[in-house]
Design a protein around this ligand. Structure first.
Ligand code: FES
Length: 577
């Protein structure tokens, strides 16, 4: 790609004006001690930062931004850092997902309204990555994602522990008495011991892999630990590269093609990635006008073996993944077997094939060979049937093989509060052959589609040494979680989907090989029960939650807002001074 052509820069409509308006735009900026020659028509690079002390996974991103600035200056650009809404999984209530679309609007409007020619998107915690890419994609400006990187491995009493995955396990051990509250307090400070996001292959790591696989992050982005010096080198290089992307007018739509999404879906299968990636990639594709469906996830991912042996599907953590070669090694293996479009262009200026040509596998325990996988059929299983007319998903690599074909009696929880109130009631009529059904936790139902689909089993069943049962809901599941868990049932219960009429004692059949989820109740009975149901009312009569309720799409459409789907570009707004 040559850097000689000179597209017209958006920022010249602000800083290039030789009049009173130009004075206004430049003069106030100079109160930051900026030399006047920075306004001479060089590319202005926005560094879109989700730094926040309330988003601990992103708390180090101000430092990362400084390294991006070095690269931008070196390449002859003018960096300007700006904050956008930051979504931290661990603190936001009711769930960070309720605000993903709101944050994407912040990103989109901040870019369009300002003198910005290209952006570096600083992300980390789960929803921060998709919200930034969705917003930038709707503007279609040149952009590079720099992830904050994973935390170092957790270490507790002589063994590695992983964010989330071990928390779920500790929760079960507390229930069975295998762990005390004192033990739990010790583990708490051993798990999160450095800057960075969850170091399991949870949603944050999955999305860091997804942006690398899509080609909108530089090679190596996904796995470098947050505190490794090479994370800062990558940020520095991204600063250099984005200036070149602007000079050559390489916009996100050039990179985010159908081929890029197909590559990402296949990579998700190989890494045993989070089910949340399904929602986020559908939403990102919608913003750039790429046709992508739930069925594409099954069709493209079903024959991809999971070869990355990371929690929650496997044993290791992101730090180990980095030392083993990281995502370029996985992509090279996939590419050599013909799983990837090798000619897809990336923000490095090179194709996927060129990016990974030098990748080596330094640890075949962590990144396995394709013929010795962790799971033969990785990817995401997309289910259909009378219980989920618009689909549902299950992650085979995190499920129990013995439960992949199972018929059981439904034990129904009307909502998450009902579940919490009754799950450990010794009189609850449930055994390990039952199917746990949770309603009203979908996009509208909760609202925000919380990560509660991996319901913890009743204590009386855990005490028998059993730690998996079939669970079904319209909720999501943390990328760090595991189990035979059917998620994203659409339409959701709150929209009078068939899930809403399941009753205690109904028989349900899950058949993952056949991709079926069936409620063994007659069509007439389903119709009669549905006739008695009503849509759940909005959670609030006004405000953002009302907007959300009125416009959110179902899981099979990525849970975006209907009015945000599509690319609106970055035409320069009118001058108002
Ligand atoms: Fe932020 Fe897991 S809580 S990445």
């Amino acid at each position: 790609m040559s850097s000689t052509s000179k597209p017209k820069l958006r920022s010249t409509a602000w800083f290039g004006l030789q009049d009173r308006d130009g004075f206004v735009h430049r003069s106030w900026m100079q109160n930051q001690g900026l030399p006047r020659d920075l306004f001479d028509g060089r590319p202005v690079i926005g560094i879109c930062n989700t730094w926040s002390e309330l988003t601990p996974c992103n708390a180090h991103l101000r430092t990362v931004a400084e390294r991006v600035k070095r690269g931008v200056f070196e390449a002859g650009g003018f960096p300007v850092e700006f904050p956008v809404m930051s979504l931290g999984e661990t603190n936001l209530r009711p769930t960070a997902m309720l605000f993903r679309n709101l944050a994407s609007m912040d990103v989109e409007e901040s870019i369009r309204a300002n003198p910005i020619d290209g952006v570096v998107l600083l992300a980390g915690c789960d929803k921060t990555t998709p919200s930034l890419v969705m917003g930038a994609a709707s503007c279609d400006v040149p952009a590079i994602v720099v992830s904050g990187g994973p935390m170092l491995n957790g270490r507790y009493r002589g063994r590695n522990i992983g964010s989330g995955t071990d928390v779920w396990r500790f929760g079960e051990m507390l229930k069975t008495g295998e762990m005390t509250l004192d033990d739990l307090a010790e583990a708490e400070s051993c798990m999160s011991r450095s800057a960075g996001h969850c170091m399991t292959m949870g949603t944050a790591s999955t999305m860091a892999c997804m942006v690398e696989a899509l080609g909108v992050a530089l090679p190596g982005n996904a796995a470098i630990p947050a505190v490794d010096a090479r994370r800062y080198t990558l940020a520095h290089m991204a600063g250099r590269r984005v200036v070149d992307l602007v000079k050559n007018d390489v916009r996100l739509s050039t990179i985010l093609t159908r081929k890029a999404f197909e590559n990402a879906i296949r990579v998700n299968g190989a890494i045993g990635g989070s089910t949340n990636a399904v929602l986020h990639l559908l939403a990102i594709a919608g913003r750039v006008g790429v046709e992508l469906s739930l069925e594409d996830w099954d069709r493209l991912g079903h024959d991809v073996p999971t070869i990355v042996d990371l929690m929650p599907s496997g044993r290791f953590l992101m730090e180990d993944f980095y030392y083993a070669g990281g995502l370029p090694t996985v992509m090279r293996a996939l590419l050599e077997k013909g799983f990837l479009h090798k000619d897809a262009l990336t923000v490095s200026g090179h194709t996927v094939e060129e990016n990974v040509a030098q990748a080596r596998n330094e640890d075949p325990e962590v990144i396995r060979a394709l013929d010795k996988p962790l799971t033969e059929a990785g990817g995401i299983a997309v289910l259909s049937g009378n219980l989920c007319p618009n689909g549902a998903v299950l992650k085979p690599s995190a499920a129990s093989p013995a439960l992949m074909q199972h018929t059981g009696r439904a034990v129904v929880f009307e909502d998450i509060e009902d579940y919490k109130a009754r799950i450990d009631d010794p009189d609850l009529d449930i055994d390990e052959s039952c199917v746990m059904v949770l309603k009203n936790c979908g996009p509208r139902g909760y609202p925000g589609m919380p990560e509660v689909g991996n319901m913890t089993l009743p204590a009386k069943i855990l005490k028998k040494g059993i730690n998996d049962m079939v669970r079904i809901s319209d909720a999501r599941m943390s990328g760090t979680a595991y189990g035979t868990v059917v998620l994203h049932v659409a339409p959701e219960a709150a929209l009078k989907g068939p899930l809403s009429i399941v009753e205690n004692g109904d028989m349900i059949t899950l058949d993952v090989p056949a991709r079926k989820l069936h409620l063994d109740v007659s069509d007439a009975e389903i119709k009669a029960r549905l006739a008695k149901r009503q849509n759940l009312p909005p959670p609030m009569e006004s405000g953002y939650q009302r907007l959300y309720y009125d416009h959110v799409l179902q899981a099979d459409r990525g849970v975006d807002f209907d009015f945000l789907v599509g690319c609106r570009g970055a035409d320069i707004p009118r001058e108002s001074h």
